[in-house]
Design a protein. Structure first.
Length: 119
């Protein structure tokens, strides 16, 4: 069964392979290659997260996911939940925060009210 998360993970893997291929071929440009490798690393990390989401949605347990990744069940679950929380935070920052009005400036609190005298 194909899921949206699995399809997106495979798309990200393609982008990672393209970035690695740009590094492998062509003229040697270390700074440009560093950027390509960083993008490849980020795409691989994201694709692992999407594959975990796809596996869990298809009914895999965290024990099975952990065995596939060669980590413990608890580590697989915590990494998955951390990715979900990070994704939700990124979504809220991108979509909700821009619609909120700015916060008013904080009120200045008088530290020692007994020193305040009526004029």
């Amino acid at each position: 069964m194909s899921t949206e998360a699995g399809s997106h993970a495979r798309w990200l893997l393609g982008r990672a392979v393209e970035a690695i291929e740009r590094t492998r071929k062509g003229p040697q440009e270390p700074l440009a290659h560093l950027l390509d490798l960083r993008h490849a690393r980020d795409h691989l990390h994201d694709s692992i997260g999407y594959m975990v989401v796809a596996a869990v949605r298809e009914g895999a347990s965290y024990a099975q996911v952990g065995r596939a990744l060669r980590i413990s069940r608890q580590a697989a679950r915590q990494a998955h939940l951390r990715r979900l929380v990070d994704a939700e935070a990124r979504y809220q920052r991108a979509h909700i925060d821009r619609d909120l009005p700015p916060l008013p400036p904080p009120r200045r609190r008088i530290r020692w009210p007994w020193l305040r005298r009526a004029a």
